[in-house]
Design a binder for this molecule. Structure first.
Ligand code: ZN
Length: 377
């Protein structure tokens, strides 16, 4: 199984929305690996992006240093939450040669045009795959970094493929001029290169298999995943991904958690204030990945109590039967990652153990919830 997950832009610390997203794909990764599936999991790091440059400029920092320090913090938060790292963590700056090759190839194939020094990708051929009507898509595109109202564009939804160099920003040499890539093409290229191979750039353009799964938060459905797929399809003449999975948004105080609203709950803040990483992980698992949800302090406090009860049950010599419990947890996970259901099954086992039921294996259930749910208790 070849899984690609869109990674962070390293300009700010990991908040619970990020954690919930990467936890979702960690569950898939763990389930597949534990089931004996040959997994290849790639995640990118968008270390070339406007928010990173803006933040660096605002704080008078070098963008590369800022990025490197934020990537380090992100990795620490991920490992604290026991999110298994991808096989390849690919920074855009490390994949630049491939990205340049791909944008040049797209230009040769006639998929691009130049406007004000920038190069745009012609989305026209791919609009039949649009997940919304044109008007709604245009409005979302504008909200999420697109520029539908730039004068002279062939189509309002054409995404930028190569940005001409701006003062104080890094640039790379390409046949499209000195500049840097737009966001979407980065993911198309990194996913294809690391999951499929470089054959997609060969002139023979033989049939290349699509990747199995592309994932990210639901705010990436459009335009990012749509554009990534269109660019991938232009490069390979094949569908980009066989399936997509998106995690819901995490909100606080009635609103989506976001930097612009200033309502972020950071993983590092929770860790520093004394919460056990497994309590945080349990709290995230107690809500379903696909749902947009609100985060409350009580979510975490409830998990603290539940985690303590599981730990106490696991410390006993005699525990309630475990065979059926493992089966029920697997069944819940196989049912669209029903983690709330899986955790309830564990609670029921804890209650049965507290009530004196015997005949189970502590080692077995302990290893099992560690492998499948990432809860090391
Ligand atoms: Zn992406």
């Amino acid at each position: 199984m070849r899984m690609y997950v869109c990674g962070i832009t390293p300009y700010d610390a990991t908040h619970l929305g990020h954690a919930a997203t990467y936890l979702t794909f960690d569950l898939i990764n763990r389930y597949q690996r534990a089931s004996g599936v040959d997994m290849k999991f790639v995640e990118n790091i968008t270390d070339i992006d406007d928010p990173l440059f803006e933040r660096a400029k605002r704080d008078n920092l070098d963008w590369a240093n800022l990025g490197a320090s934020q990537i380090e913090l992100f990795k620490n938060d991920m490992s604290a939450l026991r999110i298994l790292p991808p096989d390849d963590y690919v920074a855009v700056t490390d994949a630049m040669e491939l990205i340049v090759e791909a944008v040049e190839r797209l230009a040769e194939m006639g998929f691009t045009y130049e406007l004000n020094g920038d190069t745009y990708f012609k989305i026209w051929d791919f609009l039949s795959d649009l997940p919304f009507d044109l008007e709604e898509a245009t409005s979302i595109f504008a909200d999420r970094g697109g520029d539908p109202s730039t004068l002279g564009k062939e189509n309002a939804l054409d995404p930028i493929l190569w940005v001409s160099n701006k003062p104080d920003q890094p640039g790379w040499v390409s046949k499209l001029g000195f500049g840097r890539p737009g966001w979407h093409v980065e993911c198309s290229v990194i996913a294809l290169r690391y999951l499929v191979g470089t054959e997609y750039l060969s002139s023979e353009r033989e049939v290349v298999a699509e990747i199995d799964l592309q994932g990210g938060g639901s705010d990436l459905i459009f335009p990012h995943h749509f554009m990534t797929a269109a660019i991938g399809k232009a490069l390979t003449s094949n569908n980009f991904a066989a399936a997509y999975l998106h995690s819901g948004m995490v909100g606080l105080g009635g609103e989506k958690m976001s930097k612009s609203k200033g309502n972020l709950v950071l993983v590092s803040t929770l860790l520093n204030s004394g919460f056990d990483p497994m309590e945080i992980r349990h709290a995230l698992l107690s809500q379903h990945y696909a749902e947009d949800r609100m985060w409350f302090e009580s979510t975490l406090l409830t998990s603290r109590v539940r985690v303590a009860a599981i730990r106490s049950a696991l410390s006993r010599i005699q525990v309630a039967p475990t065979d059926l419990v493992l089966h029920e947890i697997l069944k819940a996970l196989a049912n669209d990652l029903d983690t709330p259901g899986a955790l309830e099954t564990i609670d029921n086992w804890v209650s049965a153990t507290e009530n004196g039921a015997v005949g189970g294996s502590v080692g077995e259930i302990s290893r099992f919830i560690d492998s499948f749910l990432g809860l090391a208790l």
